[in-house]
Design a protein around this ligand. Structure first.
Ligand SMILES: [Zn+2]
Length: 415
C-alpha cells in the first residue's frame, strides 16, 4: 500500500506527492480564491487514502464556478517542488538548446495586436516568462521594451541569454522591484498559464495591478474550467485553480477591473484582458473579444459532475481501474484516437460499462490506450494518456498499480 497519494502528469514534467502528515499542515482557503465569497463552496472530491483522517479537498464555488484545492499544498511546499522535481524532471538544466515553437510564441503577440497596441515602445512585462517564448513572439513583432521575471533559476538564465538584462529571477511578489529598476510602470503585464499555479491568485493580481500605469492592461491566460480535462482538475496538483469566465471577472472586479475574453485562444483555455477604463482598449478589434458570461447553475453543475462522475461508485463509467499499464505504450508514441474512435464506440456499446471492468484487461493494448480517454469523460487529451504513462517510467514502482474510487474519494492502491 502506498503511504502517499500522487498527482500524476507526465513523468518528465511534474509530480507532487504528499502524505497525511503533510496534509495536516495544509491551510484552508477561508473564502473563494477568485470571487472571495465565504462559505459558498462544495466538495467535489477528496484526495487521500481511505484510512486518512485528513484529505486534500477539491472544492467548487457555487457562485462563480471556480474549482480549486481548498487546502492545497502551501507556497513553501510548492516552491520546493518547483525547485526540485519540476525542474529536474523537465531537464531545466539543459535549456540552452530550447527554441520556442512558433505556436507558443504567437499568442500574446496576437492578443496585443488585436488589442490595438501599435506603439512598439510600450513597456511590457511577462510574469512567469519561462524560457521566454511569448517574449520572443513580442520581440519579433517589434516590441522591444519587454521584460520578464521567472521563479525557476534555470529558465531565468535561459531567457536571460535571449534577453540580456531584461529577465529577473524571482516570482510575482518582487515585481515592484522591476518598476523601481526600470523607472516605469507597465502598459501591459501578462501571465500566460501561470495564475493557476499560484496559491493565492488575488495576491498576484493585486501586486500586478500595482505595477500598471494609468490605462494599462493585464492579460491572464489560464485553463478553462469547462474545457480542461477532468483528470487534470482532479489529479494535476501543479494546477491549484481552474478558472471560469465568471471567476476571472469576479477576481478582477475585486480590484476595480473589468474584462473581455479573446477569441483566439485554444478551446480549453481562457484568454482574458483586464482594464480599469474602457478607454484602455479603445483601439481593440472588438470582434475578437467577448464579454464575461455569468455561468448558469446548470453550467456550474455540469463542471461539478464532469470532475466527480468518473470517480463515484454509481458512475456509469469505470469506478475501478486495474491493469499493468507498463505494457500499454511500449515506448511508442500514442496513436491518434480519431482513427479508432468509431470502432471503440461500437465496442463500448457491445460490452457495456459494467462488463468493461473485466474485459479491459483482456483487450489489446492498442484498444486500451484509446479506450481510456473515452471512459474518462471522452476527454481525448495527452494528459489523460500520460496518467498511464507515469507507471511506465523509471520513477514508478515495480508494483502493478490499482486505483479505486470510493464515495468521491480518489485513492491510489497498490495490490
Ligand atoms: Zn467564487
Amino acid at each position: 500500500m502506498l503511504n502517499t497519494i500522487t498527482s500524476i502528469y507526465h513523468p518528465k514534467f511534474s509530480l507532487i506527492s504528499f502524505s497525511q502528515d503533510d496534509v495536516v499542515h495544509f491551510p484552508f482557503h477561508d473564502s473563494c480564491p477568485a470571487c472571495d465569497a465565504v462559505e459558498r463552496d462544495r466538495t467535489v472530491l477528496r484526495l487521500g487514502q481511505p484510512s486518512w483522517q485528513k484529505t486534500v479537498i477539491i472544492s467548487q464555488c457555487i457562485d462563480c464556478g471556480h474549482v480549486y484545492y481548498k487546502n492545497p499544498p502551501p507556497p513553501d511546499f510548492i516552491l520546493r517542488f518547483y525547485n526540485t522535481l519540476w525542474n529536474k524532471n523537465r531537464g531545466e538544466a539543459n535549456v540552452d538548446a530550447v527554441t520556442p515553437k512558433r505556436s507558443m510564441k504567437c499568442k500574446i503577440a496576437s492578443m496585443v495586436v488585436d488589442l490595438g497596441f501599435n506603439d512598439k515602445t510600450l513597456p511590457i512585462l511577462d510574469v512567469g516568462c519561462g524560457h521566454g517564448p511569448q517574449l520572443s513572439g513580442l520581440w519579433e513583432t517589434g516590441f522591444k521594451n519587454v521584460y520578464g521575471c521567472e521563479q525557476s533559476m534555470y529558465r531565468a538564465i535561459a531567457a536571460g541569454k535571449r534577453f540580456p538584462g531584461r529577465i529577473f529571477n524571482f516570482g510575482y511578489q518582487e515585481i515592484p522591484k522591476i518598476v523601481d529598476a526600470t523607472g516605469m510602470p507597465f502598459q501591459i503585464i501578462y501571465m500566460n498559464h501561470v495564475l493557476e499555479h499560484i496559491h493565492t491568485p488575488a495576491d498576484a493580481f493585486k501586486t500586478i495591478a500595482g505595477c500598471l500605469r494609468d490605462g494599462g492592461v493585464i492579460i491572464i491566460n489560464v485553463p478553462d474550467v469547462i474545457g480542461e480535462a477532468a483528470i487534470n482538475q482532479a489529479l494535476y496538483l501543479p494546477h491549484l485553480h481552474s478558472f471560469a469566465t465568471a471567476s476571472l471577472a469576479a477576481l478582477g472586479a475585486r480590484y476595480g477591473f473589468k474584462c473581455r475574453f479573446w477569441n483566439g485562444g485554444r478551446y480549453d483555455e481562457l484568454c482574458c484582458v483586464f482594464f480599469r477604463e474602457e478607454a484602455a482598449i479603445n483601439g481593440a478589434d472588438m470582434a475578437r473579444f467577448r464579454t464575461a458570461q455569468t455561468l448558469t447553475k446548470n453550467a456550474i453543475n455540469a463542471v461539478f459532475n464532469k470532475i466527480r462522475q468518473p470517480w463515484t461508485e454509481d458512475s456509469r463509467r469505470i469506478v475501478t481501474l486495474s491493469w499493468d499499464v507498463r505494457k500499454l505504450s511500449n515506448g511508442r508514441t500514442f496513436i491518434k484516437i480519431s482513427r479508432l474512435q468509431k470502432r471503440l464506440l461500437s465496442l463500448l456499446e457491445r460490452i457495456g460499462d459494467f462488463a468493461l471492468r473485466s474485459r479491459l484487461v483482456t483487450i489489446k493494448p492498442i484498444f486500451r490506450r484509446t479506450l481510456l480517454p473515452l471512459v474518462l469523460g471522452k476527454q481525448c487529451t495527452h494528459t489523460t494518456l500520460s496518467y498511464l504513462e507515469y507507471y511506465n517510467s523509471p520513477l514508478a514502482s515495480d508494483d502493478v498499480p490499482m486505483i479505486r474510487f470510493v464515495d468521491g474519494t480518489a485513492s491510489f492502491l497498490i495490490k
